[in-house]
Design a protein. Structure first.
Ligand code: IPM
Ligand code: MG
Length: 362
């Protein structure tokens, strides 16, 4: 197969972890006889520096033409002035909206060897296998914003259609897993949440008789995620709640550096990115954990390119590295740790079990 991948490395550790992920992608391509072509474009702070625009028109056009988009991270202190007219994050949000990527899949599967990196007791984590489906193009993120001297407003709107489509996606995914779906809202306070709950209940009752639906309030879900994470399988929720709950859920896995994501719309094209940010504090030091980016490539292979065997090959290689305690500093808990490149080499070596091992570039 030939696939065009738009690569938006972005800011901070974005370029380092994206490079690692692309090396893994090409190794899989060589082994299985696919040609993956990288097309690099600017987004976020790097794009603001170059053109004043966080999502230049040519970047968006390239993403529309590509089979999939691989993104590193955006943002950093250089562009964080609250008075700034353009912010790097606007580029990412515009890209998600322009490509119609309303369903953001964030799997959380603590690895047995990395349980020690989590602040949660290990016995609560064994067997946890969550998939958070975050609505990605609606809610507070995209409502009208207003600012006057002494007040500020962010409008939260959800339409029935916006709720239906993300709930259908989550329910379809739940059907292929345990059949359990937890919907998270704040229906005791918010009108948008009451609509969310009503629509979710109807869609599941009418279209997914085999899915068992429960509703949870977001505050109580924040607690249950820590107290009994094994009790959940697929979780569907609105944009802001999903943003917050997935940072929390990353602590079950032990590090933000482990969690990939796929942002999907109605077609095959998706945007794949780690859930972590640009980590300016460690950028350029070669110590960032590339696993979230590498696992994002696995999701890209599975969801945009329909290559499930290749995806599994990548996931297995990462898992074997963790089994062998090949940890970057975020996972090592003060013990011995490896660099981004060493971890990437280890993944490429493990890929050798099922994949050809290429030379890492200098
Ligand atoms: C995420 C990030 C983004 C978000 C930021 C960078 C705009 O936190 O992908 O979770 O809030 O969606
Ligand atoms: Mg976030």
């Amino acid at each position: 197969m030939h696939a065009d991948i738009a690569v938006l490395a972005g800011d901070g550790i974005g370029p380092e972890v994206t490079r690692a992920a692309l090396d893994v992608l090409h190794a899989v391509g060589q082994r299985y006889g696919h040609q993956f072509v990288e097309h690099h474009h600017l987004i976020g702070g790097a794009a603001i520096d170059a053109s004043g625009d966080a999502l230049p028109a040519e970047t968006l056009a390239a993403c529309r033409k590509a089979d999939a988009v691989l993104l590193g991270a955006v943002g950093g202190p250089k562009w964080s002035d609250p008075k700034a007219k353009v912010r790097p994050e606007q580029g990412l949000l515009a890209l998600r909206q322009e490509l119609g990527l309303y369903a953001n899949l964030r799997p959380v599967r603590p690895h047995p060897a990395a349980l020690g990196a989590s602040p949660i007791k290990a016995h609560l984590l064994t067997g946890v296998d969550l998939l958070v489906v975050r609505e990605l193009t609606g809610g507070l993120y995209f409502g009208k914003k207003n600012r006057s001297a002494d007040s500020a407003t962010d409008v939260c709107t959800y339409t029935v259609a916006e709720i239906e489509r993300v709930v259908r996606r989550a329910a379809t995914l739940a059907s292929a897993r345990s059949g359990n779906l937890a919907s998270v809202d704040k229906a005791n306070v918010l009108e948008t949440s009451r609509l969310w709950r009503e629509v979710t209940t109807r869609v599941i009752a009418e279209e997914f008789p085999n899915v068992k639906l429960e509703h949870h309030l977001v505050d109580s879900m924040a607690m249950h995620l820590i107290a009994r994470p094994r009790a959940f399988d697929v979780i569907v929720t609105e944009n802001l709640f999903g943003d917050i709950l997935t940072d929390e859920a990353s602590m079950l896995a032990g590090s933000m550096g482990l969690l990939p994501s796929a942002s999907l719309g109605d077609g095959k094209r998706g945007l794949y990115e780690p859930i972590h940010g640009s980590a300016p504090d460690i950028a350029g030091r070669g110590i960032a954990n590339p696993i979230a980016a590498i696992l994002s490539v696995a999701m890209l292979l599975r969801h945009s390119l329909d290559l499930p065997d290749e995806a599994q090959c990548v996931e297995r290689a990462v898992s074997q590295c963790l089994d062998a305690h090949v940890f970057t500093a975020d996972l090592a808990d003060g013990g011995p740790s490896v660099s981004t490149e060493q971890l990437t080499r280890a993944v490429l070596t493990e890929l050798g079990g099922c994949c050809y091992v290429p030379e890492l570039r200098d």
